[in-house]
Design a protein around this ligand. Structure first.
Ligand code: NAD
Length: 540
């Protein structure tokens, strides 16, 4: 017993030492309006002890939440959906204030996504979570009734980023909650207020306080959540943090979902509508100021339409109205903070130093506020430049020509990431065929980014873009443990494969194998005769 406790303690110590920033007592974070730099609220970071206690409370409360049954939990989600709808304008305004995005985007990419996600789980949770009866193919197992049972993990920890501060934690939480889990969320330190709004809405809809908790704080609070007694961790954020979390989770075999970064390619074939594709490129690259994991990060265009496509993108990028998100005229808002802006600036400068040419933008807009960067279209880019290899996460659209489909596929797949991709063509069949050749979790044809709003669609990536899926039925499956229950229909019969072994038994087993798998019918029949006596042979 003592040895077991010591093993647990030392495993936890190892994880703690593997993470940095673990000492978190007395720290504070500030929520800031990125358009103005105004501090909205200062908050104390949750301490490691508070995180641990929250998880303990969640664990204690979870059985009663599970016992409610899926119908009652879905009813609570429906109530949440109505309440979010009632408050849609306030919530969207709060999102604009804290994350900077234009009000319309707060509605379309956050509020609407969450409303529809709730709709999906309310409508489908019952059928997706119910027991699944299976029939067995193996003759020896025909006497058993099999059933797949989906059980909640218990406590799900969720660590989320700032770029979709409502839709990311909310969609994941709704799946976890409807499956019967308790949830503890550690939101991004830059967008804590909106996470607290989410908690208030869920509580007012009937989710018990201990079943959904938000603990604000920086990376150390996230590390504390990882180290607490959660049963699964769903992390959305950068590859660097995701790898650290994966490594620490591996130490104790904690299951994780990792939704990480992307470098999504857009492939424009020669038969694409240049006007439509260029509008798609500009929106896909600049919406949320390019701070979208699914945004168009690199664009490949068939050489025959390259010039006209670039020209159209430049014209449209110049027409974008950049400003504070609460101005209804604004198309593109600020970036979240100086650090993110600097990453973009460095990548653009690196590209310029290696021969890239900004056709528009390529500079800060300090006259608008602290975190504004101009929508930037870059040409003469190559795969040797950081801008084509690293996640930029800012308003930059680098465009490169290609000559053949083969070349386009090779360029699109030449990346450590594989979150999403898009193909632009008038020929849907061709687009769907090419989609199968791209290494990505999602491929859209003639649109980008919007797949995040399809509640039925699984969301997640391959390669460095992560592990596992959120959204839809696969997202729900991530929130349950699979248990198999196999009940024998003949409880009074000793099974023929039990003891006693011997030469006669070996012959019967050979017969059983032949009966099911021999190539020739005659051998199968002989197998049936050889194996039949197993039914009457005495077992121990
Ligand atoms: P980040 O990795 O810096 O932070 C994400 C979260 O992890 C934050 O809550 C942060 O406090 C926390 N954190 C930081 N260090 C931690 C640690 N050591 N242990 C535990 N938690 C820790 O990412 P970010 O800058 O907030 O978000 C931007 C990134 O998120 C981009 O790379 C973007 O592509 C990615 N993202 C991915 C998806 C997706 O679905 N694949 C969606 C949105 C954003």
């Amino acid at each position: 017993m003592i040895w077991v406790i010591w093993r647990k303690v030392s495993a936890t110590r190892k994880i703690l030492f593997a993470m940095t920033d673990v000492e978190i007592a007395g720290r504070t974070i500030a929520s800031v309006n990125p358009a103005t730099g105004e501090t909205l609220r200062e908050m104390a970071c949750a301490t490691e002890e508070q995180v641990r206690d929250a998880v303990l409370r969640a664990r204690a409360a979870q059985p009663a939440w599970f016992a409610l049954g899926v119908h009652k939990r879905a009813k609570v989600l429906r109530e949440f959906q109505f309440r979010l709808h009632d408050k849609k304008s306030d919530i969207a305004a709060a999102l604009t204030r804290e994350a900077g995005k234009p009000y319309v985007e707060a509605l379309t990419t956050e509020v609407l996504v969450v409303l529809d996600s709730a709709r999906f789980y309310v409508e489908n949770a019952h059928s997706l979570l119910r027991d699944e009866h299976l029939s067995h193919g193996n003759l020896a197992m025909k006497t058993k009734a099999g059933c797949i049972v989906r059980e909640p993990y218990g406590v799900i920890g969720i660590i989320s980023p700032w770029n979709y501060p409502l839709s990311t934690p909310a969609t994941e939480s709704l799946a976890a909650l409807v499956a019967g889990n308790a949830v503890v969320v550690k939101p991004s330190e830059f967008t804590s207020l909106i996470a607290l709004e989410l908690a208030a809405l869920l509580h007012s809809a009937g989710v018990p306080k201990d079943i959904f908790q938000v603990l604000v704080g920086d990376g150390s609070a996230g590390a504390a959540l990882l180290n607490a007694d959660v049963d699964k961790l769903v992390f959305t954020g950068s590859v660097a943090t995701g790898k650290r979390i994966g490594k620490a989770a591996g130490e104790r075999l904690l299951p994780v979902v990792l939704e990480l970064g992307g470098k999504d390619p857009m492939v424009v074939l020669e038969d694409a509508d240049v006007d439509v594709a260029s509008s798609g490129a500009v929106w896909g690259a600049f919406m949320n100021a390019g701070q979208t994991c699914l945004s168009v990060e690199r664009c490949y265009v068939h050489r025959s339409i390259y010039e006209s496509f670039v020209e159209a993108c430049v014209t449209k990028a110049k027409q974008l109205r950049v400003g504070a998100g609460n101005d209804p005229q604004t198309d593109m808002g600020p970036m979240i903070h100086e650090r993110q802006l600097r990453i973009v600036e460095e990548q653009v400068e690196d590209a310029k130093a290696h021969g890239a040419r900004p056709q528009t933008g390529g500079k800060r807009l300090p006259e608008l506020g602290p975190n504004f960067y101009a929508p930037t279209v870059l040409t003469d880019v190559t795969h040797e430049m950081r801008i084509m290899r690293e996640e930029t996460f800012g308003p930059v659209l680098p465009i490169m020509p290609f000559n053949t489909d083969e070349e386009a596929v090779a360029l699109a797949n030449d990346s450590e990431f594989g979150l999403a991709a898009s193909i632009w063509t008038r020929d849907r069949g061709r687009g769907e065929a090419l989609a199968r050749r791209l290494n990505a979790g999602t491929v859209q044809i003639n649109d980008a980014v919007s797949c995040f709003g399809i509640s039925e669609a699984p969301h997640g990536g391959v390669k460095s873009s992560g592990i596992g899926r959120t959204h839809g039925r696969f997202g729900l499956d991530e929130m349950v443990r699979i248990k198999y229950v196999a009940a024998d229909r003949l409880p009074r019969m000793k099974k023929v494969w039990w003891y006693r072994y011997g030469a006669a038994f070996a012959g019967q087993v050979e017969g059983l194998v032949d009966l099911q798998f021999a190539r020739r019918v005659s051998q199968r029949l002989r197998g049936a005769i050889r194996s039949a006596s197993a039914l009457v042979t005495k077992r121990l």
